[in-house]
Structure formats: structure tokens, C-alpha cells
Design a protein around this ligand. Structure first.
Ligand SMILES: CC(C)(COP(=O)(O)OP(=O)(O)OC[C@H]1O[C@@H](n2cnc3c(N)ncnc32)[C@H](O)[C@@H]1OP(=O)(O)O)[C@@H](O)C(=O)NCCC(=O)NCCS
Length: 221
């Protein structure tokens, strides 16, 4: 039986707990051992009476599988690096209602939410998120800890760098590229190539360099 730790006790943590509960009900042998969070979130409505059992700062992750339930891509990336450096194991949470093509690859620690789509030969990086009703088209690449918010669409051959974030209903047209640690505003439409640290907003989207890109070592893809 896998013992899963949810990293982050906010409302994305509640969603992760709910999807894990769904997986357990569908016959996957797992149980949620608890939540870790540096603040004191109210987890009283998490399914299965899950409790906060520790702080991220002092957590020894070695006996557990972890799923990071943090919606901010850059913060996910940092927490993945922190736990990875402490030899954490990670769990890939794939909701039973998601469509995943046989030829797609899902990285360790990724979260693939209900009713989402991952097309043929698409690659979802470690710790990346495909939120509800988001889609990653054929041959597209989603970098480590990158986040597709609800309803975001990445068309075929799209490329999204590590730590990048697409807001709800953002759309990348076929072959568009978004550099690492960039952000796309909710509802933006992007057809170009945006370098690292870009903000893309509007339809048609316009890009400008806006965000700091970490200088620390890149996490493995
Ligand atoms: C694009 C987005 C991610 C930027 O958020 P942020 O990182 O907090 O950035 P800030 O709000 O600090 O804004 C940074 C800059 O971007 C600009 N900006 C932000 N959103 C913009 C938009 N939609 N259009 C144009 N400019 C925008 C701000 O004006 C600011 O510019 P300035 O520094 O020149 O004043 C945010 O506006 C957004 O669309 N979020 C989507 C949220 C979402 O869908 N969440 C899903 C939850 S499940």
C-alpha cells in the first residue's frame, strides 16, 4: 500500500486529496498519510480525515511518496528541487477520468486532473500539472513543474519550458513555444516563440520579458 503525502494544504491540496480518494475508490492501493505545509491550513474538509503532519522546512521525506499540490509553477519547481535533494520519492497522480494516449509519457510527480487530455507522443515533465479540462496535444512538451490551469489548451507540437504557467483557458496554437518560468495570462492566445521569463497576454498574444529566471541548476526533464 503506497503511503502518500500531499505537499500543500491549500485548496489545490484539497483537490489532490479528492483525486487520490477517487483513485483509491477505483482500486489503486494507496492511502493519504497526511499533509505537510509550512503554514497552518484548515484541512478539516479533506476526504478521509487527513491531517497536517509536518512542516516542509523540517520534513524527512524518505519513507513516503509525495505529490506536490501547489498551483504556482515556480513554487512547485522550488519545492520539487528541495524534496528531491532530500531523497523524496514522488507519486504521479493520474485521475481515472483523464485521457492519456498510449504513446504519451508522464513524468514522476506529475498531476493529471479529471477530464484532461494528453495526446499521442506528448511528454508531461516531472511535477507538471494538467489541470481539469486542460489539454496537451500530440507531440507537445510540458516542462518540469510547469502548470496548465483549468481549460488551458496546448496544440500539437507546442513546447512549454520548466516552471512555466498557463492561466485558465490560455491557448497555444500548433507549434507555439513558451520559455521556462514564463506566464500566460488567463484567456491569452499565443502563436509565437516567447523566451524564458516572458509574460504573454491578450489575443492575439503579445510577449515581454517580465519574470526572474532562477540561476540554480535545472531540474532533470
Ligand atoms: C498573467 C498572470 C499570471 C500574471 O500574474 P502575476 O505573476 O501575479 O503578475 P502581476 O499581477 O504581478 O503582474 C505583473 C505584470 O504583468 C502585467 N499583467 C498581468 N496580467 C496581465 C494581463 N492579463 N494583460 C496585460 N498585462 C498583464 C501587470 O500589469 C504587471 O505589469 P507591470 O509590472 O508593468 O505593472 C495573471 O494575471 C493571470 O492571468 N493569472 C491566471 C490565473 C489563473 O487562471 N489561475 C488558475 C487557478 S486554478
Amino acid at each position: 500500500m503506497k503511503q502518500i503525502i500531499i505537499v500543500g494544504g491549500g485548496r489545490f491540496g484539497l483537490e489532490a486529496a479528492t483525486y487520490l480518494h477517487d483513485l483509491a475508490r477505483s482500486g489503486v492501493e494507496l492511502e493519504v498519510s497526511g499533509v505537510i505545509d509550512d503554514s497552518s491550513p484548515d484541512v478539516s474538509d479533506f476526504p478521509g480525515g487527513v491531517q497536517k503532519i509536518g512542516d516542509l522546512t523540517s520534513w524527512d521525506p524518505r519513507d513516503f511518496d509525495h505529490i506536490i499540490a501547489i498551483g504556482d509553477a515556480h513554487a512547485r519547481w522550488k519545492v520539487a528541487a528541495l524534496l528531491g535533494a532530500r531523497s523524496a520519492r514522488f507519486f504521479s497522480l493520474i485521475h481515472p477520468s483523464a485521457y492519456i494516449a498510449d504513446t504519451a509519457e508522464i513524468g514522476l510527480g506529475a498531476m493529471v486532473c479529471p477530464l484532461s487530455f494528453v495526446g499521442p507522443h506528448a511528454r508531461v515533465g516531472p511535477h507538471a500539472v494538467i489541470n481539469v479540462q486542460a489539454s496537451l496535444g500530440h507531440d507537445a512538451r510540458l516542462g518540469t513543474a510547469a502548470v496548465l490551469s483549468p481549460g488551458a489548451k496546448v496544440s500539437g507540437r507546442g513546447e512549454i519550458g520548466e516552471g512555466a504557467f498557463l492561466g485558465s483557458l490560455a491557448l497555444m496554437t500548433p507549434g507555439a513555444k513558451l520559455g521556462a518560468f514564463s506566464k500566460m495570462a488567463a484567456g491569452a492566445v499565443w502563436s509565437g516563440v516567447a523566451p524564458e521569463g516572458s509574460l504573454v497576454a491578450g489575443n492575439p498574444g503579445k510577449s515581454r520579458i517580465m519574470f526572474r529566471v532562477p540561476t540554480t541548476a535545472t531540474l532533470p526533464q
